[in-house]
Design a protein around this ligand. Sequence first.
Ligand SMILES: [Zn+2]
Length: 413
Amino acid sequence: MALSTISGFDDEDDDDNDDDWAPQDQGPDSRRPSLALTPRGGPPRINIGVTRWTQEPGAGDMDKDALAFLEKLVTTPSPSGYEQPAQKLMRERMALFSDSVRTDVHGNVIAALNAAAPLRVMLAGHVDEIGLMVNHITNEGYIYVTQIGGVDPVVAVAQRVVIHNSKGPVPGVIGRKAIHLTDKEDQGKPMKLHELWIDIGAKNKKDAAKLVSMGDPITFDVGLTHLRNQLVTARAFDDRMGAFVVAETLRKLKGKALKVAVYGVSTVQEEIGLRGARTSAFGIDPQAGVAIDVGHATDTPGVEKTRAGDFACNKGPIVCRGANINPVLYQMIVDAAKKARIPVQIEGAPGGTGTDANAIQLNRAGVATGLVSVPCRYMHSPCEVISLKDLDQASDLLAALLARMPPEADFTP
Ligand SMILES: [Zn+2]
């Protein structure tokens, strides 16, 4: 979800972290388990001692192969404008369940099922994530940054990060002066984004510039960890999770007798202005489209339900209604949920949403648009939390919608 949100709040979404890099120099400590040395896709990664987890990861009913793909997708770096490592995964995955897959000049990946049918329905999940970008290197070799999308500087401090350079990934940390060295009145004060610096251990500017270039994107270095009750945490569920739902919907539709054409799109650059949905929707020219994104779960301390609505993890996908949503399509989504016995939570959005649904609706002469969201806690932070159950039900819902959509559907309100 981009920073301008349906509720009119500033949403602080910051999902980045990445553990895509292999150690370049393992040195004498290389046998110690560490973030850098733990293979991706393995158990929760720890870099101290012998922590034992007291619970088994709960995948619930989710397809095991799909879950492995989700983990791979969500730990692959994909800041807006730099999505192609994740798009490569999306191409490979969607090719398994569609008739064709192509990448457009903007970088959107578009998979099609039953493309010849006259009624075209587009699904859009944005594959990009927020992040940081190298902006300046000081003479001492410290790196100052600018932001890609709506990063909350408060959650960025003291994080491990990865700088993605064309020569390879570079690990670093976002430093902060020790509390002991900070004036009492400044202790606990949040830092602004332009005050953050990254320490990669460089000797000086020249040393840093060997590995880091202006414009390199940066992500937080965190993986996916299972919590209790099918909840999982990672960075960038916003919205790699949506791209995942698109791929899962195709998987669930494959082999079914479809009466409409389904275009599954892994869109780019949503976090910086809903850009990929705009170009891909123009190219596909669909009569209807559904965006899949995260929605704010409000079941945590400090969130006022009176302002932000009442949405909880593990209670099913959120279906949006309001000006951004075509009423005929909305009713079809709700009916499909009822028929397939999928629980849904309804949200109202009085204006354009901060999602791909807004760009899709305003394409050409207008497109009938829907929005299905998965409740997410701590949006735009390195510890976004969603439920695998809600996630699975989101693609169940879309597959149910598309499988029963009549070819003569008229979305005129
Ligand atoms: Zn977002």
